[in-house]
Design a protein around this ligand. Structure first.
Ligand code: ZN
Length: 318
């Protein structure tokens, strides 16, 4: 039984079938520059809820419960909450800010987004009852490059998540989206983790199989016990090294399922591709149980939700 901690919901009408455009991870990375007109649809079209397709993929792959967050572009936290509410026994929502700029390009002045972010996250964690904060591409909140100045700019947001004991995700390495690559090296997270020791910080993608980003992620994680990883895009060697050095309790399963990633079919479908990394890293049964299930429950406080999702999933499978 699996909990997927990393997915992005909502899509666009032109993304209804991308099976001919995206087959491999390399197709995905090149999507924006290879099909600029199609990419731009994500900025001009009204978003549509694609959570039924997510549930179908979860059913096929043994995923009982999934955490959903907004895809890059003009998708609101309220829309994400709506999608999760339609499948309340299988989906739980987490919040994002700045993901509009992730897709459309970052504003020169990050000030206004930085001022607004703490109150929006507070609203999501209280009124919308979200379980944490999803991937924050921090260029939307800062244009500083010194770690202490970056941490100063993130203080307002981090104080809110710390107050609620909620976890937060920061992405590592590259993405298909324009700009902000500098912040994909997570060395700057060290200062943020030091200042906010009660906040579980998840470095998503754990360097995405790139050695220099993985080395930075490991260095930060070994110094700070509040750092966690997810397995999206990693390789068996990095996963094995991280388990051995940090312990299996610091790593969670995720797919990065989204309107674009869901079309991956070569060498395997997205869920199968992510699971294969665990097989190839020779994870033990106990490590597997922690990575696929226990750690997500502990970090995102999903005790009740996981119990319910498991029984709903089991009775549907019978
Ligand atoms: Zn993601």
């Amino acid at each position: 039984m699996i909990i997927d901690t990393h997915t992005h919901v909502w899509s666009f009408p032109s993304y209804r079938d991308l099976s001919q455009h995206i087959k491999t991870t390399e197709d995905l990375i090149a999507f924006r520059t290879r099909y600029p007109e199609l990419y731009n649809c994500s900025l001009t079209e009204d978003p549509v809820d694609n959570s039924d397709a997510l549930i179908a993929d979860m059913d096929k792959n043994g995923v009982a419960l999934t955490l959903v967050q907004a895809r890059p572009g003009y998708v609101t936290n309220d829309q994400v909450a709506q999608a999760a509410a339609r499948h309340s026994d299988r989906l739980q929502a987490i919040a994002r800010v700045g993901h509009d700029q992730e897709a459309a390009g970052y504003h020169d002045d990050p000030g206004p987004t930085r001022e607004w972010a703490p109150e929006e996250i507070e609203r999501c964690l209280t009124k919308l009852k979200m379980k944490g904060v999803g991937e924050i591409f921090i260029r939307s909140l800062t244009n500083e490059i010194h770690p202490e100045r970056i941490a100063n700019d993130l203080d307002g947001l981090m104080k809110v998540v710390s107050k609620h004991g909620a976890p937060i995700q920061f992405p590592t390495a590259w993405s298909q989206f324009p700009g902000g690559l500098f912040y994909g090296d997570p060395l700057w997270v060290d200062e943020v983790a030091l200042r906010h020791p009660k906040v579980p910080i998840i470095l998503t993608k754990m360097g995405r199989s790139v050695g220099r980003y993985f080395d930075s992620a490991m260095t930060v994680a070994m110094r700070n016990v509040n750092i966690y990883f997810d397995v999206v895009g990693t390789n068996p060697q990095h996963l094995r090294f991280a388990i051995d050095k940090l312990g299996p309790h610091r790593i969670m399963f995720g797919t990065d399922w989204s309107a674009t990633w869901r079309w991956i079919s070569v060498p395997a479908t997205l869920h199968k591709l992510r699971m294969k990394v665990l097989d190839d890293a020779n994870v033990t049964d106990e490590e597997r149980r922690m990575i696929l299930w226990d750690n997500a429950i502990q970090v995102f406080k999903l005790e009740e939700e996981a119990k319910k999702a498991r029984s709903v999933f089991r009775s549907a499978a019978e």
